[in-house]
Design a protein around this ligand. Structure first.
Ligand SMILES: *Cc1c(COP(=O)(O)O)cnc(C)c1O
Length: 445
């Protein structure tokens, strides 16, 4: 059986094919159309144009509920990692179901506050290069926790806190020196990486911090990378963190929080959202076993695992093109819209928005964008059902690190974004205009 058929049968509610019937009493099946919840993707492409990001609200809610449920036996707060998908529409949806947030910049903090002023109480501020300005903003709004990544940053934060006379609740983000078996660009838990404080140095730094008036020690934090599908590295990192927590408690520090970071991976080859509850349970077991007996509040920072499978990028075939032995589909989306294939050589499944019952033909193609770089591709040597110019394709599992990484390279306007919830369709970001793009430039006439 080919992958597309696999997908259409195995893929639960969010994005699935629905039979299209024609003729007398609609008796004759003529094909099947890809839907998001109750809405045909072709309709959305016609209405809003392409390239277009489409997100399923029900999928985001369900995945968040599964994730939360997996940790039900311990006190915890899920702080969605804003960088995975920072659209206000997505943040509002998550704030509405009581989610906290993990931010890595003043800009992300601002987004969260625009969605819900009171959400700052559930905000964790991470990042290896926070500026004084960003720290001051976070202190003023009263975030729950600063994850501090170096000694120099700790003293900078102490200065900022003294200036605002607000106590900064801190965790040191420790680097547990654990390999994560993911793409080298998104692995963060080895000593050679820029992230965190070597776990062996943490004890001394906690001691120094505890004597500082405007710093309040509140927790220990760790984040070993992203797109990690084996739970073993998480367990190993958590064992090292638990050991440190015991030492710190022995030293008399009050360790209220353990922040386990994010990083749980998704299966881009064959996403089956139905299996997420089990995956989350396995992940929770790996984290919780080492923490047994410690009285702490667990913080979790999932990004990709919540929103990744909840989004698709719709793109239209502009041209079919043959160069020697190679067949290309030139589509209207490009690496500026979805960078992951170019940046990480990432795999994304691509399926047609419409499948005709009579065409079972497949071909091997490269799916490429219009940008002037050979790195501008979405798939190479991929077997796909034969599609024609003007046909619509869906690039799957692009809800995380898709729009968030989009740029204006080649002076291309970034895509619009639509949030579907059952039958309801909400345009959460309109397509950029040329005026949007040029506004900051000073040489307009
Ligand atoms: C990126 C990041 C996350 C989220 O990672 P995912 O792989 O999207 O779950 C969480 N915490 C920190 C500190 C991060 O940098």
């Amino acid at each position: 059986m080919n992958r597309t058929a696999n997908r259409s049968s195995g893929r639960p509610p969010a994005f699935s094919y629905r039979e299209v019937r024609k003729g007398f009493l609609r008796r004759r099946p003529v094909g099947s159309a890809l839907q998001c919840d109750e809405v045909a993707l072709e309709r959305l492409a016609e209405r809003f144009g392409t390239p277009l990001y489409v997100y399923s609200a029900s999928t985001i809610r369900e995945r968040m509920a599964s994730f939360d449920h997996a940790f039900r036996k311990v006190p915890h707060t899920v702080c969605y990692s804003v960088k995975a998908n920072s659209s206000l529409g997505v943040l509002r949806l998550l704030a509405g179901i009581g989610c906290g947030f993990d931010v890595v910049s003043g800009g992300e903090l601002e987004r969260v506050l625009r969605v819900d002023r009171r959400a700052s109480k559930k905000v964790v501020f991470s990042g290896v290069g926070k500026t004084a300005q960003e720290m001051l903003a976070a202190l003023e709004t009263g975030v729950m926790l600063f994850n501090v990544e170096s000694e120099a940053e700790l003293w900078r934060l102490a200065e900022c806190a003294a200036r605002t006379r607000e106590k900064a609740r801190i965790a040191l983000r420790v680097n547990p020196d654990v390999p994560a078996n993911t793409h080298p660009y998104i692995s963060t838990g080895l000593q050679q990486h820029k992230f965190g404080i070597p776990i062996g140095k943490a004890r001394k730094l906690y001691a120094q911090a505890s004597g500082t008036k405007y710093l309040r020690i509140a927790g220990v934090s760790v984040h070993i990378g992203s797109q990690i599908t084996d739970v073993q590295p998480f367990a190993l990192a958590m064992e090292r963190v638990a050991e440190l927590v015991r030492v710190l408690q022995g030293d008399g520090h009050r360790i209220e929080y353990v922040d386990a970071g994010g990083g749980l991976g998704i299966d881009y080859q064959d996403a089956s959202p139905a299996g997420f509850a089990e995956q989350a349970a396995e992940y929770a077991a790996a984290l919780l076993r080492p923490l047994r007996g410690l009285k702490v509040h667990l913080l979790l920072e999932p990004g990709r695992s919540i929103v990744g499978p909840a989004g698709v990028l719709l793109t239209r075939v502009l041209y079919r093109k043959t160069n020697g032995p190679k067949q290309f589909l030139v589509v209207d989306a490009a690496m500026n819209d979805l960078l992951r294939p170019s940046l990480y050589d990432a795999y994304h499944e691509i399926i047609p928005a419409y499948l005709d019952v009579n065409s079972a033909r497949h071909e091997t193609v490269d799916v490429v964008g219009p940008i002037c770089e050979s790195g501008d591709f979405f798939a190479r040597g991929r077997e796909l059902p034969v599609v024609n110019e003007d046909d619509l394709l869906a690039i799957l599992d692009t809800g995380a690190y898709g729009m968030a990484l989009a740029s204006n390279y080649n002076t291309r306007r970034r895509p619009a974004e639509v949030l579907v919830d059952g039958k309801s369709v909400k345009l959460i970001r309109r397509r950029e205009t040329m005026d949007d793009l040029l506004r900051p430039e000073t040489q307009l006439r």
